[in-house]
Write a protein of this length. Sequence first.
Length: 241
Amino acid sequence: MPKRKIIEIDEALCNGCGQCLPNCAEGALDLVNGKAKLVKDIYCDGLGACLGHCPTGALQIIERDAPDFDEHAAMPFVRQKEAQPPKPPLPLGSPRGCPGSALRQFTPAAQPGPAGASVSQLGHWPIKLKLVPPTAPFLKNADLLIAADCVPGAMPDFHAGLLAGHALVLACPKFGDVEEIYEKLKEIFQHSGVRSVTVADMEVPCCSALPAMARQAMSETGCTVPFEEIVIGLSGAVLRR
C-alpha cells in the first residue's frame, strides 16, 4: 500500500467543537464520543481544508500507508450524511471538550451600567491563547492585548483600564507550555495583521517571560507594530508602562 497524505487527529488536543466537520467536503470527519474521528481513509483527500478551522491544533496532515482517496465512494457518503437528521448535542457532563470554544464576535457595552456599575468590554470568544486561531477575524487589524492569566483577577478596572478597544488573549508562562505559547504568538503575528501589541503581566518574576516571548516572536516574524508592556502589581495597581 503506497504512502500518501492524510489527516491525523490528536485526541488529546481535540475538544469536540466540531468546527472541522463542515469544512471537510468529502465527509471524512465525524464526531464520535465527543472527539473528531476519521471515518474512513478513502474519504480523505489529504488536502487539509479542515486544518485552519481547528482552534486547538488537533489536526495535521501526515504521510502514511493508506488506500487512495476514492471520490466515487466519498460523494455518495456525503449525500447520505446530508440526508440524515442532525445529531442532538451531547448532554452536559458527557465525555467531550468544551463546546464554548467556537469563535464568536459581539459588541462590547458602550454605556456604563446602572448606578455606575462596570460593564464588559470583551468583544469576542474564545480568549485563551491556546484556543484562538491565528486567522480569527477579531484579530484582523486589531489592537492586541496579551494578558497574563492573573492580570484580570488582580486589576479591579481591567475592562475599562486595559481591555476596552482591544482583542484579548490570555496566557500563563508558568503553567502553560512556553514553546506552544511562543509558536502561537508567532503564528498570530504572521497571519493576523494586528496593528499594535500590548502585554499586561504581573510583577512576579515568572510573568516576565510573557513580554519577552512576545518581543522575540515579533522580531522573528518581522512584525514592527507598536509594542507596550504594562506591569500590574499584586495590589492591582499599574506599576509601570
